[in-house]
Design a protein around this ligand. Structure first.
Ligand SMILES: [Zn+2]
Length: 244
């Protein structure tokens, strides 16, 4: 599948129509999709699906080569799922993930600065407002990591602009820190460019996920726990400070 997603070029497209191309038990393939398929540790979008024969829930996305399968809540053979369908993306889910994902960039930038270019060795952004990042950080005091929480919240509070842009792969290769992750770097576009997310004055790194437009749209950020994972890795568990 192309690494350029419709949700990247049209981030506000939450409600769209599409044609059913193919069905199989528990899944449907559509002519277009504005869902983020997940990847790089981020969960996929969720959505409701209305069709002539009724309704269904899209609970996940599976990319198989060039084919994007939307996984349905009912694992059985879909009945009556043909023709034109209407898809409504779960905007709250998308927003929770975008908040946490944007906050993870902020944390990542602070760790990169505080610990001499330390790289991310893994990440997971869940739909429930929790997540974790693993950093390649041998020999550091976990309290130093934990103490970055107020600085993350300062940057959230400052309301900084978050922008997506595309840069040539060659530029990425010569810009230290642009590829920040050891394991989850997104693939370049067919014309050899990389999607880069910039948080004004704070962070600039290649990423294919969903983000806020302004850090001020995020709820507060809490570091729940810092754990040692093997000799090299520190795992930081975090959550959005959501109301209720
Ligand atoms: Zn990102």
């Amino acid at each position: 599948m192309s690494s350029v997603y419709l949700c990247h070029s049209e981030p506000d497209l939450y409600d769209f129509e599409a044609e059913v191309l193919e069905v199989r038990p528990g899944a449907v393939r559509l002519s277009r999709s504005a869902l983020h398929p997940g990847g790089g540790g981020q969960v996929a979008d969720l959505a409701g699906l209305e069709h002539a024969g009724g309704t269904a829930q899209i609970v996940g996305v599976r990319v198989e080569g060039d084919d994007v399968w939307h996984l349905l809540d009912d694992p059985g053979e879909p009945t009556g799922l043909t023709g034109t369908v209407r898809v409504r993306i779960d905007a709250e889910h998308r927003h929770r993930v975008a908040q946490l994902h944007t906050d993870s960039h902020i944390l990542n930038a602070l760790v990169f600065d505080a610990f001499d270019g330390a790289l991310v060795s893994g990440a997971q952004i869940n739909g429930d407002g929790t997540g974790r990042m693993d950093f390649d950080l041998p020999n550091v005091d976990n309290e130093r990591l934990r103490s970055l929480e107020p600085a993350v919240n300062d940057i959230i509070g400052n309301g900084l602009t978050v922008r997506a842009q595309y840069v040539p792969v060659a530029e990425a290769d010569t810009t230290p820190g642009l590829i920040r992750s050891l394991s989850v770097a997104p693939p370049p576009t067919p014309d050899g460019r990389l999607r880069v997310i910039e948080i004004a004055g704070v962070d600039r790194q290649a990423c294919g996920g969903t983000h806020l437009r302004d850090t001020g749209e995020s709820a507060g950020f809490r570091i729940l726990k810092v754990e040692n994972k093997g000799k090299h890795n520190r795992r930081v568990r975090f959550a959005l400070d959501l109301p209720g």
